[in-house]
Write a protein that binds this ligand. Structure first.
Ligand SMILES: *Cc1c(COP(=O)(O)O)cnc(C)c1O
Length: 219
C-alpha cells in the first residue's frame, strides 16, 4: 500500500474525536508531501534540527508537533513555529518554552509527559508531580504556554494487557485532572504498535510513524 492509502485506512479506523499525528522522523520530504497530498496536515518529528529544516522547506499550512525529548537549550529554534510540544517533562523546560514563546509573541501549546511505563529510561512526570505542578503558583505565572493535555508511552512489550492497563491508568489521571483543569483537551497516547489499544483506552491523539511511512532506516 502507498503512504496515501495508509493515511486513508488509519483515518477511517479512528473515531472522529481522535487526531492523527503522522510521525515523519527520518523520512524525506517527498514522503511527507505524499501524505500532505492525501490531506494530512499534522506531522510529528523528534529532532529539533530535522524539524526546523522540514518546516523551512515544506508547505506553511503544516502543523508541526515536537514529539521527542526536548532539551531546554534548543527550544529557541522551534519556538517561532511549533504548534504542539508533546514531551514536556520538567518545569524548567516549561519555563523555557514560556520565555521563548513570549519572545515570539506567541502562546505555545504543550502536553506534559507522564511516566507510565515500567522501563526506567522513559522520561516524564509521575502523576503526583503533574497534579502538584498544575496547581502551583509558579505554573500560574507562565503566560505564554498553555498546557492542553498529557502524553504517555506504554512499556515496549508484547503483553497487551499491560499496555492496556498503562493507557487506562493515564486516561484515568487525565479525566481526574480535567475536573480541576477544564483546559485539558488532549490525551496523546498510541503509536503504530499499540494505537488501537490506546484509542479504546480513551486516547484523543495518536502518533503513528512506521504504519504510514514504513520502517525507519537509521544508518
Ligand atoms: C517515533 C515515535 C512515534 C512513532 O513510532 P511508530 O512506532 O513508528 O509509529 C511516536 N511517538 C514518539 C514519541 C516517537 O518518538
Amino acid at each position: 500500500m502507498s503512504i496515501a492509502e495508509h493515511i486513508n485506512q488509519i483515518n477511517a479506523s479512528l473515531p472522529k474525536h481522535v487526531t492523527l499525528v503522522a510521525v515523519s522522523k527520518t523520512k524525506p520530504n517527498n514522503d511527507i508531501l505524499e501524505a500532505y497530498n492525501a490531506g494530512q496536515r499534522i506531522f510529528g518529528e523528534n529532532k529539533v534540527q530535522e524539524l526546523s529544516t522540514k518546516y523551512e522547506s515544506l508547505p506553511k499550512d503544516i502543523e508541526w508537533h515536537m514529539i521527542g525529548h526536548l532539551q531546554s537549550n534548543k527550544v529557541k529554534y522551534i519556538a517561532p513555529f511549533v504548534s504542539l510540544i508533546h514531551g514536556v517533562d520538567s518545569f524548567k523546560l516549561l519555563k523555557e518554552i514560556d520565555k521563548r514563546a513570549g519572545q515570539n509573541n506567541r502562546t505555545i501549546n504543550c502536553l506534559l509527559q507522564v511516566h507510565i511505563a515500567t522501563e526506567e529510561t522513559k522520561f516524564g512526570f509521575s502523576p503526583e508531580e503533574i497534579t502538584e505542578l498544575l496547581s502551583s503558583e509558579a505554573f500560574r505565572e507562565l503566560k505564554n504556554v498553555r498546557v492542553t493535555g498529557l502524553m504517555g508511552m506504554a512499556t515496549f512489550t508484547e503483553n497487551e494487557a499491560q499496555i492496556r492497563q498503562e493507557f487506562e491508568g493515564l486516561h484515568q489521571l487525565y479525566t481526574t485532572l480535567q475536573t480541576q483543569h477544564p483546559q485539558l483537551n488532549t490525551l496523546s497516547m498510541g503509536m503504530s504498535g499499540d494505537y488501537p489499544i490506546a484509542v479504546e483506552a480513551g486516547s484523543t491523539m495518536v502518533r503513528v510513524g512506521s504504519s504510514i511511512f514504513g520502517e525507519r532506516n537509521y544508518h
